[in-house]
Write a new protein. Sequence first.
Length: 126
Amino acid sequence: MKDFGNLRYFLGFEVLKSREGILLNQRKYALQLISNVGLSGAKHARTSLEINHNFTNMDYDKQISATDDPKFDEITTYQKLVGKMLYLIVKRPDICFGVQVLSQCMEQPKLSNSETTLRIIRYVKK
């Protein structure tokens, strides 16, 4: 058995020890997510969601014959991104509602859902 020293990083959490106790931080995970998406140079968003944004699914849009919000073609990319954001809400309850709403559209995401995921990631950047 080897001793690798103090624990610094574990399952996406930074572990910081101090006299007061142990602090778990996901800052490094969030920065990696921002970098992987390509938003390192983007400005941060002041809020995680747009004000008065209506979240509807594709079935509802078909019922009301709405065509202004097309289907997002890269479904797997959307699902991976929302999955990573679900892991991030462990330490970020301020994005919990937005990510929860986006996770309901995993099967048939719309272009506006994809734009909202990027907005939440820009919000995490602050």
